[in-house]
Design a protein around this ligand. Structure first.
Ligand SMILES: *[C@@H]1O[C@H](CO)[C@@H](O)[C@H](O)[C@H]1NC(C)=O
Ligand SMILES: *[C@@H]1O[C@H](CO)[C@@H](O)[C@H](O)[C@H]1NC(C)=O
Length: 303
């Protein structure tokens, strides 16, 4: 634990980091050093870029943007037989490319590709993005991409990542049973199993609950950290019971240790503006609210 705080161990060695050779801060120990988030830029200079993700959203600094209209999902009802896989860093589900997302102020139509999850330890804080400093127990970014022909040599890939957060609820969310049950079969790295027939509509909240969101431009949150992602952070979190959240901590990293703390620390905004849709509620921090109440009651001297 102490070692984690120091991060830099005495015998510092230089190394070259390959795309698969990276770890989360939770995996770093002095006995077994690995290439944590502060070293991702050794192999991918993009990881030290100026528009990295995740970020902390300070809601009172967000700018309301009327162009952030509701999303349009197509083929989200379609039943598919997906594969869920432990890829050594997370669990990932490939989804059929037939589903698309547009609207929501997105520059074009994006095809769904995959989703994966980020979580903490036994249901503790684990989301990548934070809202006014609050880290949710889990975050699921749905990644979609748009292929655009760039130069003759390059095909640029533009990504759209739409994240929902989770909150701890008293009862289990039956819509997530199939995912949670599948975890038992993929405890080890590279294990995969097929999911029972499911649809994206089953896993994400209904469209009318996705009208409140934040928008900014950022990056992938794992190496290579490419800065070509339009991020959407939905305000309404998805409920999961504590036991359902805890099941994710049973998974194992490549080295057999519990797969926990699978999130990158928040990155500097570097002057980027975060926008909010018309529906997003501007949260007044409780401190400000208390101050306002106190002033109204003539108690301001107490604060
Ligand atoms: C799932 O695992 C099987 C057996 O180990 C393997 O042949 C297959 O390629 C894997 N599928 C994916 C999508 O990783
Ligand atoms: C949709 O949002 C409403 C109001 O915030 C909430 O009560 C309801 O549980 C949400 N439904 C789902 C399925 O997320």
């Amino acid at each position: 634990r102490d070692c984690l705080k120091i991060m830099k161990c005495p015998h510092h060695i230089s190394f070259s980091l390959s795309l698969s050779d990276w770890c989360y801060q939770s995996q770093f120990t002095c006995a077994q050093e690995c290439n944590g988030p502060d070293k991702w830029n050794h192999a991918n200079s993009a990881c030290a870029g100026k528009s990295q993700s995740p970020i902390n959203v300070v809601t009172r600094k967000t700018l309301k943007d009327e162009r952030l209209t509701p999303f349009e999902f197509t083929n989200y009802q379609q039943i598919f037989r997906g594969t869920i896989k432990n890829n050594g860093h997370s669990v990932q589900v490939a989804v059929p490319h037939l589903s698309t997302i547009s609207g929501g102020g997105l520059p074009s139509t994006y095809k769904a590709v995959q989703f994966h999850l980020h979580w903490g330890i036994n249901g503790g804080p684990g989301s990548e993005h934070t809202i006014d400093g609050e880290q949710y127990p889990m975050e699921v970014p749905y990644q979609s991409f748009k292929k655009k022909k760039g130069s003759v040599l390059a095909i640029c890939v533009h990504l759209s990542s739409s994240s929902s957060f989770f909150f701890v609820s008293n009862s289990a969310n039956r819509k997530y049973d199939s995912i949670v049950s599948a975890l038992r079969a993929i405890k080890n790295t590279n294990a995969n199993t097929s999911l029972p027939p499911t649809s994206l509509a089953q896993l994400i909240p209904p469209e009318h609950n996705l009208t409140s969101f934040y928008r900014y431009r950022g990056s992938l949150t794992t190496p290579g950290c490419i800065e070509a992602v339009v991020w959407t952070l939905f305000e309404n979190p998805i409920p999961l019971s504590f036991d359902q959240l805890r099941a994710f901590s049973e998974l194992k990293f490549r080295d057999g240790k519990p797969m926990v703390g699978t999130f990158r620390p928040v990155q500097p905004l570097n002057g980027r503006q975060v926008y909010r849709s018309g529906g997003a509620v501007l949260l007044v921090s409780s401190n400000l609210l208390m101050a306002a109440l106190a002033t109204a009651l003539g108690l301001s001297r107490l604060y």
